[in-house]
Design a protein around this ligand. Structure first.
Ligand SMILES: CC(C)(COP(=O)(O)OP(=O)(O)OC[C@H]1O[C@@H](n2cnc3c(N)ncnc32)[C@H](O)[C@@H]1OP(=O)(O)O)[C@@H](O)C(=O)NCCC(=O)NCCS
Length: 169
């Protein structure tokens, strides 16, 4: 399978925050943002693998900044590392100022998708070759995050989580 670069899975969703998508403080409802990020991640995983992708886990979400009603929200997702059948998707969320066009980073999240066949069985995906400095950093840390996610899901014995153990040695 030919390896791919993160830029090949780059997915950008740009949308507004409408009244029906806000909380009582008139900011974007967290669940709405999760759904938008899941959609972007799904497309990104599909672009990398050219397979059906299912959300296996949401490893990290940081709601650092509230996003007010009427904002222009830009969600950028791309594969940060692929393993055998799973892909880590790193998502950056930006808010665009309507007048200046300047972007402010609002949130970020990390999702894991698994490529599956028509019967839902995991299938192999292409390897990823990071290019930029940021892509390389995210690639290097992804194995640690995968092990943490598997330990928390009860799918990996902590004693076998070599990358995590290395952090404490
Ligand atoms: C995700 C799913 C396909 C994994 O199936 P499984 O039987 O656990 O398969 P495997 O054990 O072979 O794991 C497949 C891959 O998923 C990874 N994986 C499974 N659970 C994971 C988790 N919690 N976090 C990170 N990776 C996970 C495994 O490490 C493996 O990765 P690799 O092949 O790259 O090494 C299966 O659990 C599933 O279909 N879940 C439902 C998905 C879904 O419907 N999502 C939408 C929610 S509404």
């Amino acid at each position: 399978m030919t390896p791919k670069h993160p830029s090949e899975s780059l997915t950008i969703l740009t949308d507004l925050v409408l009244p029906s998508e806000t909380n009582p403080l008139n900011n974007l409802f967290g669940g709405e943002l999760l759904a938008r990020m899941d959609r972007a991640a799904s497309i990104s995983a599909g672009r990398h693998s050219r397979r059906i992708g299912v959300t296996a886990s949401v490893n990290h979400v940081a709601f650092n900044k509230a996003i007010p009603l009427g904002s222009v929200v830009i969600i950028e997702a791309k594969v940060s590392r692929s393993f055998r059948s799973s892909m880590e998707i790193y998502i950056d969320v930006w808010v665009e100022d309507r007048q200046s066009g300047n972007r402010t980073k609002a949130n970020e999240a990390i999702y894991t998708f698994v490529a599956v066949d028509d019967t839902g069985r995991p299938v192999e995906v292409p390897q990823l070759i990071p290019e930029t400095e940021l892509e390389k950093q995210r690639f290097d840390a992804a194995l640690r995050r995968k092990q943490l996610s598997l330990v928390l899901a009860g799918k990996l014995n902590p004693h076998e989580a070599t990358e995590l153990k290395a952090l404490f040695q």
